[in-house]
Design a protein around this ligand. Sequence first.
Ligand code: SAM
Length: 392
Amino acid sequence: MTVKVIVRGALRDSDHAHRAYDPTEHVTPVDGDAPTSVFVSVRPHDRSTGNADSSRGREPVVMPESGPLVDRYGRIHNDFRISVTDRCNLRCVYCMPEVGMTFQPREALLTFEEMTRVARVARDLGVTALRLTGGEPLMRKNLPTLVQQLSALGFDDLSLTTNAMLLAPMVPSLKDAGLKRVNISCDSLKPERFNSIRRRGVLTTVLEAMDVVEAAGLTPLKLNVVILRGQNDDEILDFAGFARDTGRIVRFIEFMPLDAQGKWDQSQLMPGKEIYELISSRWPLTATVTDSSAPAERFKFDDGRGEIGLISSVTQPFCGSCNRLRLTADGAIRNCLFSDDEHSLRDLMRAGADDDVLALIIRRAVWEKYPGHAINEPGFLRPARSMSMIGG
Ligand code: SAM
């Protein structure tokens, strides 16, 4: 079979500056049969604004065909998030409706072999950190088998983001499979509040899982806390105290316009700056120097007891240093949570594409990345897929 990758849609000026696009260069003969066409959408971009302006003027004109995964703004991508399922056992108010969420049929999801193949190609393109997410990744049957396959590829970091409802009993098998770290989401330390935000699940299960994770050495343990004004903002100091008492790194996340219900609005958003001011007025904080591409600004308590992070994706976007690339559970490669541009690696793989084609499409997905997510620009359009469908 021959796989013919056809790029639909206008290319940008800088693409033409590079060279005229010739679809036949992506024809990959596999065994001599009639060609199978796989369409890849490349939409014209007119969003020239954003917040990666610091790299403007240094934009490479030609998409490199070797070397690290770089976009036209010079951002190097080495962090890869793989969503293993779009299903979840919770219905957090900022993420999914209580009822009525539809999920991908099983056959639409990538198999473990397909995910591992994409991960291997990504590793060969310079990806060093892999994070499994969802939906709820632990809902995917036999997850430790996937972790084992991915671990064998030799990434520097291999981690998991989970709501921890199913975590505690799985910790030994995940660790044996090669998992290195876990991030746990938990938006309240009060049982009833936990239920009202997460709608399902039990707080004690999550707290117990934290202990099990630490006892197994899957550390540093980071906690993700989405702060919603009027719902759990009265717990900011409690969470800061929790970080001080436990040594767990609590990361306060701004509510992003990625809920499936489409109910996001600025009034529910608690800006990271306010969170910082509240905590530092009680316990002085000092910013720590970290990897500039990390989403969280990290702060240590001045008295040496613990650390917090602020993920201010909406009010202080970090797009200018973004190094992340995502694979959805149904196999689409995406360069940004907020962009609808995606390319189906699943369709390519199932049509018989070889690794060079996958690598080219991944490279191109990175190359096409917008300078910024533009949430704060007039005319911002929410992406068609919500957080759980993309993989947070
Ligand atoms: N189910 C896993 C979990 O709960 O951690 C992994 C997937 S979840 C989509 C990943 C992270 O995204 C969680 O920390 C969750 O709180 C966060 N999240 C989901 N929707 C969000 C939104 N609209 N704004 C900000 N964070 C969100």
